[in-house]
Design a protein around this ligand. Structure first.
Ligand SMILES: NC(=O)c1ccc[n+]([C@@H]2O[C@H](COP(=O)([O-])OP(=O)(O)OC[C@H]3O[C@@H](n4cnc5c(N)ncnc54)[C@H](OP(=O)(O)O)[C@@H]3O)[C@@H](O)[C@H]2O)c1
Length: 314
C-alpha cells in the first residue's frame, strides 16, 4: 500500500510516499481502507520535532490522527462491525502513530459508525477537535447566558466545534477572527466579533469569565488583563513545563490557568454525533487528493482556512 511517511524531523519537504505492507490486525483491531484523513496542527508540530518528549524520535513516522473509511477486515474478538461498514476513528497513540496510508489498523474501541448524512472528510474531522472542544466545555463548568466567553482563534477546527457547542448551551461568546472568518463565526453562534487584523484583542476594555486561546499566541500572562477576578484561562497548547506550573500557581491565584489535554473516546463521540444530529455543521473548507499531500500541508500550515482541511483517497 501507499503511505506518506517521514524519516527525519523537518518541514513539508521531509514528507514522502513509500510502498509499505498492508498492516496486519490483532484480535481487538479493525482494518480500515482509508477514504479520508483530516489535518491537525499537531501533525506539523510533531513533524517539526516540537513534541519529541511525547512523540519520541523513532523513524519512519506516519502523519495524521483522525480518519474515515471502510471496514476491510475485523479481528477475532471484535463485535459490532462488519466488512463494508462506513466508519471513522482515531489512532490509539496520537503522538506515535499516523493514518497517512491506504490502510490503517486500529482498536475497534476507537472506531465509530459514520452517519450517512456526513461525508468521509467531515467524519474524519470529528475526533481530535470535537473531543478537544467537549473537554474545554467540561473545564468551563456551568455556563449560563450570563457567562461571558472570549474565544481567541475561533474559526479553525477546534473553534468550529466549540462555538456551536457553546451556542447549543446558550453562552455569550465573543470570537476573535480574521475579517474573512467573521461571518462564519457569527453563523456558528458568536454574539460579537473582534477582528484580529484590525484590532489588538489586548487593547480592548472588556473582561470575561472565560478566555480560551486557540491561536496559541496569547498565553496566560497576556490573557490575565482580559479576565474577570475569578475567571478561567483555558490553554490547549501548553508547553510541557506549564502543565505542573499551572496547577501549582492556581493554588495562589483566583484567575485560574487550566490546561486542556484531550483524548477521544466513545463517550465523547456519542455526544458529538448527537450534536451533529442536532444541526452542528462540520465545515471542511478544502479537500486535497492523496497525491497532493504536500500542497495540503502547505495550505493548512499557512492558516486562513475555515474549519478543517482534509486529504481524500480513492
Ligand atoms: N490539547 C489538546 O487536547 C488539543 C486538541 C486539539 C487541538 N489542540 C490545539 O488547539 C489549537 C487550535 O486547534 P485547531 O485545530 O482549531 O487549529 P487551527 O485550525 O489552526 O485554528 C487556529 C485558529 O487561530 C487563528 N489565529 C491565528 N492567528 C491568530 C491571532 N493572531 N489572533 C487570533 N486568532 C488567530 C486562526 O485564524 P486564521 O487561520 O484566520 O489566521 C485559526 O482560526 C492548535 O494549536 C491545536 O494544536 C489541542
Amino acid at each position: 500500500m501507499k503511505a506518506i511517511v517521514y524519516q527525519k524531523f523537518g518541514n513539508i519537504d521531509v514528507l514522502q510516499t513509500l510502498e509499505q505492507p498492508k498492516p496486519t490486525i490483532q484480535s481487538d483491531q479493525v482494518l480500515i481502507k482509508v477514504k479520508a484523513f483530516s489535518i491537525n496542527p499537531m501533525d506539523w508540530k510533531i513533524r517539526k520535532g516540537e513534541m519529541t518528549l511525547m512523540s519520541g524520535s523513532k523513524f519512519p513516522k506516519h502523519t495524521g490522527t483522525d480518519f474515515a473509511g471502510i471496514v476491510e477486515d475485523i479481528g477475532s474478538s471484535v463485535v459490532g462491525f462488519k466488512k463494508g461498514d462506513e466508519v471513522f476513528g482515531v489512532v490509539k497513540n496520537m503522538m506515535k502513530e499516523g493514518v497517512s496510508a491506504e490502510y490503517v489498523a486500529v482498536p475497534s474501541s476507537l472506531v465509530w459508525k459514520k452517519p450517512s448524512t456526513i461525508s468521509f472528510p467531515q467524519a474524519a474531522s470529528i475526533p481530535v477537535v470535537g473531543t478537544a472542544a467537549l473537554t474545554a466545555l467540561q473545564k468551563m463548568g456551568t455556563i449560563t447566558s450570563q457567562t461571558s466567553i472570549l474565544v481567541n482563534g475561533a474559526t479553525g477546527g477546534f473553534g468550529m466545534f466549540l462555538l456551536q457547542l457553546l451556542k447549543q448551551r446558550g453562552a455569550h461568546v465573543t470570537a476573535v477572527t480574521s475579517t474573512a472568518g467573521a461571518a462564519i463565526a457569527k453563523k456558528w453562534g458568536a454574539n460579537s466579533i473582534i477582528d484580529y487584523t484590525k484590532e489588538n484583542v489586548l487593547s480592548q476594555k472588556a473582561t470575561y469569565d472565560i478566555v480560551i486561546d486557540l491561536s496559541g499566541k496569547m498565553g496566560y500572562q497576556k490573557a490575565r488583563q482580559l479576565m474577570n477576578a475569578k475567571a478561567l484561562f483555558l490553554n490547549p497548547t501548553p508547553k510541557p513545563i506549564e502543565i505542573p506550573l499551572a496547577l501549582f500557581k492556581n493554588l495562589f491565584t483566583a484567575k485560574k490557568h487550566i490546561v486542556i489535554l484531550s483524548s477521544p473516546s466513545t463517550t465523547y463521540t456519542d455526544v458529538l454525533l448527537g450534536a451533529v444530529k442536532n444541526g452542528l455543521q462540520i465545515e471542511v473548507s478544502k479537500v486535497f487528493p492523496f497525491d497532493q499531500y504536500k500542497e495540503a500541508y502547505q495550505y493548512a500550515q499557512q492558516g486562513g482556512y475555515i474549519g478543517k482541511v482534509a486529504i481524500e483517497l480513492n
